[in-house]
Design a protein around this ligand. Structure first.
Ligand SMILES: [Zn+2]
Length: 121
């Protein structure tokens, strides 16, 4: 995680081959690096998110992580490991299946559009 990302080649290929899958190791690990741009891999992307949105983002993360833990979410359960894994896991979802994320988690979709400066709608 210091200036270098090491990926399994078969796992990376798998992410590109399964278009509809929510899993993409390349996106997952790259988002950890983006998260770390402010110095810490903590799921708080201070380098990407305007400061006024940081607190709403953290509240949203806590709500979504609680829903995963309660079995009331289609987000990969690995995302409930901690905030850093949550950020990477929902970023995979965002880029792999944006329409489904927008439908099932509109607030999360809006926030990730701002974080990544994307307009996937
Ligand atoms: Zn991870």
């Amino acid at each position: 995680m210091n200036r270098m990302m090491i990926l399994s080649k078969p796992a990376l290929h798998q992410g590109f081959e399964q278009q509809r899958s929510l899993h993409h190791v390349g996106i997952h690990e790259f988002v950890h690096l983006l998260d770390k741009a402010d110095g810490s891999t903590d799921g708080h992307p201070e380098a990407l998110l305007p400061p006024p949105l940081l607190s709403p983002w953290v509240k949203l993360m806590h709500r979504e992580i609680a829903a995963i833990k309660a079995g009331r979410s289609d987000i990969n359960v690995y995302g409930s490991t901690n905030e850093a894994e949550f950020f990477s896991v929902v970023s995979e979802y965002f880029f792999q299946q944006p329409e489904r994320l927008e439908k099932n988690h509109p607030a999360l979709f809006d926030m990730l559009e701002k974080i990544f400066r994307q307009d996937l709608a």
